[in-house]
Design a protein around this ligand. Structure first.
Ligand code: MV4
Length: 450
């Protein structure tokens, strides 16, 4: 059993990991930049180490500083949270070279899934359904045009190293191919230092459905159903729910088993998310995230499991505390991401919290590192909290969300809370009838968002 772990992150996710560790009797070490000396994760951890100046590149992304913090404090393992170094294969390698344990997958799994062409090729061979498209990379415009004619327009050109929607261009027809192909390559090169691209059939109105998987690293893996994360703005999720309102029990069992079997085959260890586009009753794999996700609490709510506790267990070589048969869905959960942002532009709004009151009651969870008087620094992500509600069914969860949002007080900065009040009044949201484009259209119509 680990005695002490280091949390290489900040904000609500650092608290999430510290809480799981404390319940397991494990000591926690927080790391922080000089801008975060007064942050809640520093206060809540058993110990803390300052690892550098405000800029993430010199603190939360500094591998030598984080390894040094482990050596100073005697921490045996590192939990990366999400973002920062959570999907950095080199970081995992360095951790292992120092005789420490990374709480997450192997460097090799991160490497495979970090390159989207390799990820897709691997998943296809494992029997996971993929979007029709090129086999591997597409090197020339001639090849790209031939493929466009073969699979039919519209097509999407994606950078293999891409992410967050960068290095992704749609070609509606052959005439648009040259520009789309060159732009995707250029964006891959400038953003990720890799100009390799691949091509897929462009799905016009899909939902974003992701399957939560979990492996023990020894050939056992399970799935914990899906989350529908279709409500996004500029590739940032804002509202997530589980189960997906459009997914049947039969579909869940089938795609879930396909994903779990694939993870068992590669001896996957820890938490992972397999992302699909879902259209006309079919699932199409697009990419895999080899980390805990922001929206993991909706899955925890409906399955009644602590995913971080399980991550720590399997990292220690212990078995998972459940098998597939023990995992049954109870009710419906919804998460909304509360950002310190000014509407309608969604521009970051850092500043001092003058009053903070969290909602409570049955089926309400608020994950946040805010406190009265806290000064949100301007250097990091604008996520300041996640409100998660759980009900016996979807209508109850929606009603509970409205009730809980009404209790929440965050004064001193602008937040995205008004957006959620407005969304809850929408019939499409009430019916669960939306796709990946719905929110952007709604924002244009209702907020005049560019
Ligand atoms: C697609 C697609 C349609 N067809 N691939 C966006 C980011 C990256 N994760 C994959 N993305 C997409 N890939 C094919 N073949 C549409 C998107 C997409 C999207 C996907 C999920 C959630 C929101 C989205 C918003 C715009 C585009």
């Amino acid at each position: 059993m680990f005695k002490k772990i280091l949390v290489a992150n900040r904000g609500e996710i650092a608290l999430r990991v510290i809480r799981a560790a404390r319940e397991m009797g494990i000591q926690s070490v927080a790391v922080h930049s000089t801008a975060d000396s007064d942050a809640m994760h520093v206060r809540m951890a058993d110990e803390s180490v300052c690892i550098g100046p405000p800029a993430s590149a010199q603190s939360y992304l500094s591998v030598p500083a984080i390894i040094a913090a482990c050596e100073i404090t005697g921490a045996e393992a590192i939990h990366p949270g999400y973002g920062f170094l959570s999907e950095n294969a080199q970081f995992v390698q360095v951790i292992e070279d120092h005789g420490l344990t990374f709480i997450g997958p192997t460097a090799e799994h991160i490497r495979i899934m970090g390159d989207k062409i390799t990820a897709k090729d691997t998943m296809k061979k494992l029997g996971v359904p993929c979007v029709p498209g090129s086999e591997g990379g597409v090197a020339t415009l001639e090849e790209a045009k031939a493929l466009g004619d073969e699979i039919g327009y519209p097509v999407i050109i994606k950078a293999t190293a891409g992410g967050g929607g960068k290095g992704m261009k749609v070609a509606q027809n052959a005439a648009e191919m040259a520009k789309a192909f060159q732009t995707a390559r250029a964006e891959g090169k400038s953003n990720f230092g890799n100009d390799e691209v691949y091509i897929e059939k462009y799905l016009t109105t899909p939902r974003h459905i992701e399957i939560q998987v979990f492996g023990d690293g020894k050939g056992k893996a399970v799935h914990l159903g899906e989350r529908d994360c279709s409500l996004q703005r500029r590739h940032q999720k804002v509202f997530e729910e589980a189960p997906g309102p459009s997914i049947t029990a039969e579909e869940r069992a089938r795609i879930g088993k396909t994903c779990a079997d694939a993870m068992a085959d590669i001896n996957y260890i820890g938490a992972g998310t397999i992302e699909f586009l879902y259209e006309n009753g079919e699932f199409y794999f697009i990419e895999m995230n080899t980390r805990l996700q922001v929206e993991h609490p909706v899955t925890e709510a409906i399955f009644g499991v602590d995913l971080v506790r399980e991550q720590i267990r399997v990292a220690e070589g212990l078995p998972m505390s459940f098998d597939q048969d023990a995992l049954t869905i109870n009710g419906h959960a919804i998460e909304v991401r509360i950002n310190a942002e000014k509407l309608p532009s969604f521009s970051p709004c850092p500043g001092k919290i003058t009053q903070y009151h969290t909602p409570g009651g049955l089926g309400v969870r608020m994950d946040s590192a805010l406190y009265d008087g806290y000064k949100i620094p301007p250097y990091y992500d604008s996520l300041i909290g996640k409100l998660i509600v759980h009900g016996r069914d979807r209508p109850e969860a929606l009603a509970r969300l409205g009730r809980a949002l009404g209790e929440l007080i965050v004064d001193g900065v602008d937040t995205t809370v008004p957006l959620f009040h407005a969304l809850l009044a929408e019939e499409a949201v009430q019916r669960g009838d939306y796709n990946i484009h719905w929110l952007e259209h709604w924002l244009e119509t209702n907020l005049g968002d560019a």
